[in-house]
Design a protein around this ligand. Sequence first.
Ligand code: ATP
Length: 225
Amino acid sequence: MKKNTVQRIGIMGGTFDPIHYGHLMIAENAREQFNLEKVLFLPTGHSPHKQEQYVTDSLHRCRMVSLAIADNPVFSLNKMEVESQETSYTYVTMQKLKEAYTNAELFFILGADSLFDFELWRKPEEILKSCRILAACRKHRQEEGFFRQIAYLNEKYQDRFFPLDTPNLEVSSQDIRRRLQYGRTIRYLVPETVESYIRKHHLYEGEEAEVETNGNREETEKGTG
Ligand code: ATP
């Protein structure tokens, strides 16, 4: 039988500050449920969503992603956004990926918080021309609202949104940063290799750290996120 040559590619976009098991878990479940042949982990460059917030240098964020995905041959790191000097708008990134992968169906993977914000993103209709959206709920208590939001968006944007069936892991990068600042454990929240990297480079300890803020590198007090 002739193999279908259309590739199905997942895009797991995120700040990954740091990457954690919530990210890896939803990407893996998306791969399984939507028969994705690969999943690209795409750390944000200069994100319009987190302009008010300190973001760790992209070099560290990319290295942590590489360590976290090293044992999964289907996962790879894509540095398109971090290598760009411009603000990273998802609609632009998705257009570029569509051009790069001409014979592919793209699936953008996100969590419920991003699903609720989706219409605030720049040019949502343009994003949906390039990809479909696979969304994971983050909290059990929000499930009803989550499915309502999917139904609302599907009615408005012609069925481009699909719920992922995943466990709800209430882990977040912000919680991990806070734990590190207060000297609390992050074991079982991130892969061991990522924890070792964080410890080795003294990330998120609340000390002076080199960060990117709104596109500019500067020495400043590291916030809690
Ligand atoms: P922060 O706590 O700093 O806001 P985060 O943990 O939400 O960060 P991001 O890198 O901003 O991590 O997230 C990238 C994507 O992964 C987003 O769409 C987010 O909703 C999703 N995501 C993050 N954590 C989870 C989780 N535990 N379960 C499901 N989706 C998640």
